[in-house]
Design a protein around this ligand. Structure first.
Ligand SMILES: Nc1ncnc2c1ncn2[C@@H]1O[C@H](COP(=O)(O)OP(=O)(O)OP(=O)(O)O)[C@@H](O)[C@H]1O
Ligand SMILES: [Mg+2]
Length: 147
């Protein structure tokens, strides 16, 4: 039923809860699980970017992965392994979060995307954050919003 689940991580405790649900579902359905984080690009000065490009310097991707996101990813991976789930991948993208998540799902035969209802923003009156709202609108597959 859900052969491939995609869970979106922004470093918030909501995304950790979403990932824990996704791990439980993956165990129940025997799904493959992919964690996705959409990062901002480092704001390097143009001169430094040009230098790195000209000198063919490679290494860490120029993504700005914050400590909270790394911690959520590490915690989820450890919990999943402890629970016996080994088919886990982590992908980093950059760009607009909702569009990138929906596009990744479309291109990788994802059966359901799991997101938190809210993320890192201060709680407001809205029930849903803008990313979860947009993913639900853009995705071509089932979207599970975890509260
Ligand atoms: N950059 C991101 N990369 C991956 N997943 C994300 C990202 N941002 C949000 N999400 C996912 O969307 C869920 C809802 O977060 P969202 O950003 O919509 O709410 P918010 O931060 O409370 O409000 P907003 O960002 O609209 O001000 C998160 O729990 C997470 O699953
Ligand atoms: Mg947000």
């Amino acid at each position: 039923m859900f052969k491939h689940l995609l869970v979106a991580i922004d470093g918030s405790h909501h995304s950790l809860k979403a990932a824990e649900k996704a791990v439980a579902m993956a165990l129940q359905f025997g799904s493959r699980l992919t964690l996705i984080h959409v990062a901002r690009r480092f704001h390097l000065p143009d001169s430094l970017k040009a230098y790195l490009r000209d000198e063919h310097i490679e290494g860490e991707p120029l993504y700005d992965i914050d400590a909270a996101t790394r911690k959520v990813i590490d915690d989820v991976r450890r919990e999943a392994l402890d629970a016996g789930l080994h088919a886990i991948d982590v992908v980093f993208k950059e760009g607009r979060p909702a569009r990138s998540i929906a596009d990744y799902a479309g291109a990788h035969h994802v059966d359901a995307i799991v997101v938190g209802s809210r993320g890192l923003a201060e709680p407001e009156t809205f029930l849903l954050g803008s990313v979860s709202h947009k993913v639900a609108n853009l995705a071509g597959c089932t979207v599970i919003i975890v509260r």
